[in-house]
Every structure is written in structure tokens, then in C-alpha cells.
Design a protein around this ligand. Structure first.
Ligand code: COD
Ligand code: ZN
Ligand code: ZN
Length: 371
């Protein structure tokens, strides 16, 4: 049966979302139709909508950080059933491609990230509105009461998980936390610097703390971010605007010539270089987490790498999504980390544009929309 429901449609770049009645087709073979219960607003939703990706297609239903309940399943879906709590996966795990079978990677050939496609695997969409096809977004599309995703892009989670919190495990939290515990593999006693204290940077801080870092230095040009950063585990915070010297020099002075691990969570190539330079000669590691504009390039003195620094990057924190999202939910249920500190606002779905305004004004960490 086709479902008629509410969705926030982005009709074009830079346009506010418009709440519309849409039609959601039933799931085809190996697909799952989900009732979305809670969805976070992530900066990437804006990146895409604002034209950062040149061949991005409109109209589209954005949103990729969410949790919900399975409404129905298509033919051939055996491991997920109606009523199951699930998290859609913006990086899927097909289990068969070269990345999926390589334990070193969490990417998947079937991802829609990078080479944006905007349709289901049979080249069609399950969404229509006013007779028009509505494009899909990174295998998920969660700014809607109902969505359809491929079974490789959904993970079944604990029946008792609070969906209005664990939705953050669908993107922002896992991205930051995994960058620290997975990609960098922060060790007990180490010194870390985190550039950018938004939801992703704060999740890096949570990861550094869980990994036992001795010093976690937060860096942001907005000092209002420092209180929360310290609550979540930062031991010190510094503002580049309050310092005359370049921030890598300030950090070098504070840390006896550099940090063990630095993380770029802003999406700015100058800061990526600065984070690399801030890591210690001979053994420091710098991790790129932020997504820079697709046309930008990074350049630095190769001597930085030649002398033993490592530059890494990861998407979705390096987690193989289908395997690890359920485990991260269990870790949350066992109180290994908390998510409350990241959620600054909860709004009814209809107020989605207000949620985006709060993000642009730097007033929110994460806004969770409730459907
Ligand atoms: N120096 C220090 N801090 C800065 C600077 C600067 N020059 N400029 C801005 N900042 C601060 C801002 O004040 C803000 O506090 C912070 O940087 C950025 O935070 P937010 O809230 O704007 O953004 P986040 O934390 O939600 O994350 C944004 C990323 C930039 C990390 C963005 O690229 C992202 O969401 N990445 C996810 C990447 C990923 O793996 N995605 C996969 C699924 S989407
Ligand atoms: Zn995201
Ligand atoms: Zn794959």
C-alpha cells in the first residue's frame, strides 16, 4: 500500500524546507519501509542542499541521522521485521564489495556519498509529491514520517533504545567518537587537540575521554562552546582569536612541542594543515573529520609527514555501519557514554526550518526533530 504522509521537501538549493504531503511507495525486494520517530539535523544536510555537490538533484528529501520503527519489509528481507527499532545507515554495508570484505575499511561501493546518485538501486524513487518524483538522499532520506531504504542501509537496534537519543548514532556521534577510538586509536595517557567544538568535535572529545586521554584541548573561535566541551571531557579550551601567535605554536608551547592526536572537525583546509602541524614530530597523528568544500585542495610541507607524522581521515568514524551501529547502541544502553549533552534542542518536525536556523546561528549542538 502507498502511504500518504508529511515530509520536509527541499525543492531547490538554499530554499527553506516546505512541509508537504507526499506518497511513499511500498518497499520493493530487499527494501524496508520505516516510520521515522526522531531525526537529527546535521551540517551535511546543509552542505548538500547549498550546492556544495555540483550534480545534486532536486527536489529531494534530506536527513540522514535518525531512528525509527520498521513498518513493512519487501520480499527477501529476513533479518528485519515490522516493529523492529532501527537506525538508517548513510554509509551502507553490502557485505560483498571490496571495501566491505576488507576489515580495514568501513566504506561500501553502494554508498551514495561522494558520487551522489539520489535514487534506489533500481534507478527509481519511492517518493512522489504533487505528481513529481522526489529524490533520495545518501541511502536514507529521514526528514519524512515514512521512508524506504535498502536492507543494506538499515541496522536493527535494541528494543529498549530511546529513539530520540540514539538517532545521533546515525551520524554525528559515531563520526566523532569513532574518529578517536577507531581511526586514531587514542591511547590512555595521551594528549589530544580537537579543532571545532560542534556536535562532531564534542563527540571526538567523548571518544578521547573514553579512551583514557590525559589531556584533551578544545579549540574553537566561539568561546561559548567551551563550557559544554569541558562538561564532556575537555581539560582545557583555547580560542585562536584570543592568541596573537598561530594556534599550532600556542599548542606546541602548551604540550611540549605537539600533541599525540589532533582532529579537524570544522571542514576547513587551513585548519586541517594547522591540526597536522600541531601533532608531534616523529609520532603525532592528525585525523581529518570535517568535510571541506569539494573543490578545495590541501597543501603542506611534505617534511611534516617525512618526519613521522601521520595524516588520516575517516567517514562515519571508521565504523562498519551494519555491524557496529547496534553495538554502539548497546554501549549507550550500558552507559559507556552519554548523548544528552549533545542534544540542545528538541522540536516538532514542522519546525525544521527553525532547527536549521539554530545551527547556522551557532546556538545549537544538535537539534532533534520529533515526528
Ligand atoms: N577554528 C576553530 N573552530 C572553528 C573555526 C576555526 N577557524 N571555524 C569554525 N569553527 C567552529 C565553529 O565555531 C563550530 O563550533 C565548529 O567549528 C563546527 O561545528 P558545527 O556545529 O558547525 O558542525 P558539526 O560539529 O556538526 O560538524 C561539522 C563538520 C564540519 C565536522 C561536518 O563536516 C560534518 O558533519 N562531518 C561529518 C562527516 C561525516 O563523516 N559524514 C558522514 C555522514 S554525513
Ligand atoms: Zn551527518
Ligand atoms: Zn559494500
Amino acid at each position: 500500500m502507498v502511504i500518504k504522509c508529511k515530509a520536509a521537501v527541499a525543492w531547490g538549493p538554499h530554499q527553506p524546507f516546505s512541509i508537504e504531503e507526499i506518497e511513499v511507495a511500498p518497499p520493493k525486494a530487499h527494501e524496508v519501509r520505516i516510520k521515522i520517530v526522531a531525526t537529527g539535523i546535521c551540517r551535511s544536510d546543509h552542505h548538500f542542499q547549498s550546492g556544495a555537490i555540483s550534480d545534486f538533484k532536486f527536489p529531494v528529501i534530506l536527513g540522514h541521522e535518525a531512528a525509527g520503527i520498521v513498518e513493512s519489509v519487501g520480499e527477501g528481507v529476513t533479518k528485519i521485521k515490522p516493529g523492529d527499532k532501527v537506525i538508517p545507515l548513510c554509509i551502507p554495508q553490502c557485505g560483498e564489495c571490496r571495501c566491505c570484505i576488507n576489515p580495514k575499511s568501513n566504506l561500501c561501493y553502494k554508498t551514495d556519498m561522494g558520487k551522489y546518485f539520489g535514487l534506489m538501486s533500481d534507478n527509481t524513487s519511492r517518493f512522489t509529491c504533487k505528481g513529481k518524483l522526489i529524490y533520495n538522499f545518501v541511502n536514507t532520506s529521514t526528514f519524512t514520517e515514512y521512508t524506504v531504504v535498502n536492507e543494506i542501509a538499515v541496522a536493527k537496534i535494541d528494543d529498549n533504545a530511546p529513539l530520540d537519543k540514539v538517532c545521533l548514532i546515525g551520524c554525528g556521534f559515531s563520526t566523532g567518537y569513532g574518529s578517536a577510538v577507531n581511526t586514531a586509536k587514542v591511547e590512555p595517557g595521551s594528549t589530544c587537540a580537537v579543532f571545532g567544538l560542534g556536535g562532531v568535535g564534542l563527540s571526538v572529545i567523548i571518544g578521547c575521554k573514553v579512551a583514557g586521554a590525559a589531556r584533551i584541548i578544545g579549540v574553537d573561535i566561539n568561546s561559548d562552546k567551551f563550557t559544554k566541551a569541558k562538561e564532556l571531557g575537555a581539560t582545557e579550551c583555547i580560542n585562536p582569536k584570543d592568541n596573537e601567535n598561530p594556534i599550532h605554536e600556542v599548542l606546541a608551547k602548551m604540550t611540549n612541542e605537539g600533541v599525540d592526536y589532533s582532529f579537524e572537525c570544522v571542514g576547513n583546509t587551513d585548519i586541517m594543515t594547522s591540526a597536522l602541524v600541531s601533532s608531534h614530530y616523529g609520532f603525532g597523528t592528525s585525523v581529518i573529520v570535517g568535510v571541506a568544500p569539494s573543490t578545495s585542495k590541501i597543501s603542506f610541507d611534505p617534511m611534516l609527514i617525512l618526519t613521522g607524522r601521520t595524516l588520516k581521515g575517516s567517514m562515519f568514524g571508521g565504523w562498519k555501519s551494519k555491524d557496529y551501529v547496534p553495538k554502539l547502541v548497546c554501549d549507550f544502553m550500558e552507559k559507556k557514554f552519554e548523548l544528552d549533552g549533545l542534544i540542545t534542542h528538541k522540536l516538532p518536525f514542522e519546525e525544521i526550518n527553525k532547527g536549521f536556523d539554530l545551527m547556522h546561528q551557532g546556538k545549537s549542538i544538535r537539534t532533534v526533530l520529533l515526528l
